[in-house]
Design a protein around this ligand. Sequence first.
Ligand SMILES: Cc1ncc(COP(=O)(O)O)c(C=O)c1O
Length: 356
Amino acid sequence: MKKYNFNAGPSVLPDVVLEAAAKAVIDFNGTGLSVLSISHRTPEFEAVLAEAESLMRELLCIPDNYKIYFVGGGASTQFFHIPANFLGGKAGYVHTGVWTKKAIKEAKYYGEVEVVASSEDKNFSYIPKGFEIPADLDYLYICANNTIYGTEYKCDIDSPVPLIADMSSNILSRPIDVSKYAMIYGGAQKNLAPAGVTFVIIRDDMLEQVKRKLPSMVNVNTHVENGSMFNTPPVFPIYVLSQTLRWLKAEGGVEAIHERNERKAAMLYAEIDRNPLFKGTAAVEDRSSMNICFVMNDGYEALADEFFAMAKERGMVGIKGHRLVGGFRASCYNACPVEAVEALVKCMQDFEKMHA
Ligand SMILES: Cc1ncc(COP(=O)(O)O)c(C=O)c1O
C-alpha cells in the first residue's frame, strides 16, 4: 500500500534522493565502493562536501561573509556550543517551546539568560511579538519553527544584537534574509537528510566573538578552519543532504518549494477550519507551514482513536501529535508531496461524513 509519510523527523525524503542513496550504498559514483565505506579524505567525498556547501549557498542566497559547516551531534549539541562560544555576559532567548527550553537550560551553564519573551502562558500556541530586545545582550536566540507546537516565525525579525536561529524544522522551506542572522543552524533530519548531521551557517564577525578557551570540538573556529573535516564528518548524511539540495534546485529552488509548501499548508488548514470535527491548536497568524497541528473539536474528542485508525488504514504514517499537545500533527516538509496532503484532507472529509 502507498504510504504517506507525515513523520516530524527523521522524515520524508524525495524518492529520487532515496534511490540515489540506495545506489551509492552499493557503488558510490562508479568507484566500486560503498559511500558507507569510503574515506572522508578522498577527492570524491571532498567533491560531495563542496557541492553541499555551494548548493546551500546558492539556494539560500548566503552572502560571502558567512561560513558554512557540517558537524555531528545534532541540534542539541548546538544548544551548548552556542553559549559556550558566545555567551560571556548575558544572552536573550525567546521561549517558544520544548526546544528553546532545552537551549535555555544549556545556556545557563555559561552565563546569564534573559527570557525576553515567552508564549508559555498559552501552551506555546503563538509566537511572541513586539518585545523589547535589550542592547546589552551577547546574542538573541530564537527557534524559527516550533516542531512540536506548530508555530513559526513568518518573517525574519530585526535584532539590534546578533540573532541566532534554530531552523532545524524549516530550513529551505521559505526564502530567508540570511543577512539578518549572525548564525543559523539545525539538525538536518527534517528537510535535508537522515539524522546525523547538523548544518551551521555563521557570519564571519562571530568567529572573533568567542568568549572563552574551549575544547577544539566545541569551538566554532575549529570547524570553519578545517572545513567540516576536523574529525570524521557524517559522510553518508552529508551525501544524502547534497542529493536533497540537488533535488531542491531541480524543483525550482526555495521560491518554488515555498509556493508548494504554502499551497499544502493552506489546503490542510482550510480543511481543519472547515471541518466541524477538527480544530487547529496554533494562533492563526503563527501557523507553521511545516508542522500542522490539530485536535478533535469540542464534543468529538472520543473519536480521536477512530480517526487514527482510519488514517492508518489509508497509509498515513506519523500523524500523532506530540504528547505535550496531543491530537494530530501532519509534518508537511519540502519532500511531502501535495498528494499526501490531499489524501489526508480526503480522509478528514470522509470521516466527517461518517460522524457529523
Ligand atoms: C526545532 C528543533 N530543534 C532542535 C531539535 C533537536 O534536534 P536533535 O535531535 O538533532 O538534537 C529538534 C528535534 O526535533 C527540533 O525540532
